[in-house]
Design a protein around this ligand. Sequence first.
Ligand SMILES: Nc1ncnc2c1ncn2[C@@H]1O[C@H](COP(=O)(O)OP(=O)(O)O)[C@@H](O)[C@H]1O
Ligand SMILES: [Mg+2]
Length: 149
Amino acid sequence: MECVLLIGIPASGKSSFYAQHFAATHLRLNLDMLRTRHREAELLATCLRLQQPFVVDNTNVAVAERSRFLVPARAAGFRTVGYYLASKLDECLPRNAGRSGAARVPDVALRDMVRRLELPAMGEGFDALHYVRMADGGFVVEDWRDEVR
Ligand SMILES: Nc1ncnc2c1ncn2[C@@H]1O[C@H](COP(=O)(O)OP(=O)(O)O)[C@@H](O)[C@H]1O
Ligand SMILES: [Mg+2]
């Protein structure tokens, strides 16, 4: 069973990556949709109990936010995989500006996320870690290399 964590600032492409790669196989946990950490925890516990593969489609920029999922998922026997989506401000700001309604967040939220971003590391409890970048309307997935990120 697989627990996938997406990591990236707003407009880095997390939800699109989920839609293209995981929608058919993995349940999506998204804090914006679920609204409260309590509801998120209930759904997480259900996925773990049912051995249901899932993707956490949150920004997950801090080690502490990621461990909220990694620790219980590993304890439940899940394989844990992280996908870091390239989070360059000068690329995400215009993509965010191009969105409308609730999908568009204030620029300051992106800047705040970049400040809080702690790059993921295998030692946090990932069985695998990948680097993802956009290309031609799709995504390219590469192996993680600590020394270059
Ligand atoms: N593969 C892609 N190539 C180019 N632009 C993309 C791609 N995927 C998404 N986008 C654009 O980036 C914006 C943010 O994507 P989204 O998946 O909503 O990011 P996030 O969930 O991280 O906020 C979308 O509004 C879309 O216009
Ligand atoms: Mg999203």
